[in-house]
Ligand binder design. Structure first.
Ligand SMILES: C[S@@+](CC[C@H](N)C(=O)[O-])C[C@H]1O[C@@H](n2cnc3c(N)ncnc32)[C@H](O)[C@@H]1O
Length: 251
């Protein structure tokens, strides 16, 4: 600088903050554009239903739901909070005879799963944008045979745990949605989530089938549990975190 004053020094000291904020703003704007592109893209896929938009009511989806949608009654596996649908896609590739639904609130994440399923001609998969809290307004009771909850948000700072996908209100939804005896699989890296889930499931009318706080150090031989790794799981394994796993079923 050719001139110097206390005020200029103060402004200069702010420069990195302004530069950083501008960068942050540009990144956010680009991400926003990408997200909105995905929101319009996902609507074009036949394997995607946006319940918030269609407002379809459950009468449309009565007991013939799996027949109408999948053309068979081979049973439906549901992934709760599926994000990009990595678990759903992996299961669907392995079991072309079975049917899979991935649900999440985030349309831009579902877009990635719907795109992959379309590119790979996976006709046994659909993705639904809906809040799990509202799922019983859309799917009929007891229409699901099995469910997966891979790496749900742990909401570690949320003392009451109400938002956790294994809190009593969510378990009650699953009890209505999943046939008696249908297995529900939970995977997490988070201790709070794991301990909370164990207690919550223990207080519900469910039976714990398998429980380990170290999945890969355990004897469990279940390829669908141990050989499918979502982006989240890969990250936690790279950080040498222990993966916890609980499977349970309502009587
Ligand atoms: C940490 S991500 C895990 C995604 C995926 N299961 C995986 O392992 O890659 C949690 C996902 O759950 C979704 N989610 C959280 N609460 C939800 C709710 N109440 N209804 C629907 N989706 C929800 C979020 O939008 C997010 O995509």
């Amino acid at each position: 600088m050719l001139f110097y004053s206390r005020q200029n020094k103060w402004i200069l000291s702010l420069f990195p903050v302004i530069k950083f904020s501008l960068f942050d703003f540009k990144v956010k704007r680009l991400m926003g554009r990408k997200r909105s592109r995905r929101y319009s893209e996902v609507e074009s896929y036949d394997n995607f239903i946006n319940v918030n938009v269609t407002g379809l009511d459950p009468v449309v989806f009565d007991k013939t739901w799996d027949n109408d949608f999948f053309g068979n009654d081979n049973g439906i596996t549901l992934e709760l909070g599926c994000g990009r649908g990595e678990y759903t896609l992996n299961l669907a590739r392995r079991h072309p005879e079975r049917n899979f639904i991935g649900i999440d609130v985030k349309g831009d994440r579902l877009c990635i799963g719907a795109r992959k399923a379309t590119e790979e001609n996976l006709h046994n998969v659909i993705f639904i944008r809906i809040k799990i809290e509202n799922i019983l307004n859309f799917l009929p009771k007891s229409c699901i045979h099995e469910a997966w909850i891979p790496f749900p948000d742990p909401h570690s700072r949320n003392e009451s745990g109400k938002k956790r996908l294994t809190s009593p209100r969510f378990l009650d939804i699953y009890r209505n949605l999943i046939i008696p005896g249908g297995h529900i699989h939970l995977k997490t890296d988070d201790n709070t989530m794991y301990n909370f889930s164990k207690e919550s499931i223990g207080n519900s009318p469910a039976e714990i089938i398998h429980d380990t706080n170290d999945l890969y150090g355990s004897e469990l031989d279940h390829p669908e549990v141990t050989t499918i790794h979502t982006t989240y799981e890969k990250r936690y394994l790279a950080e040498s975190k222990k993966i916890k796993y609980i499977s349970f079923a309502f009587k």
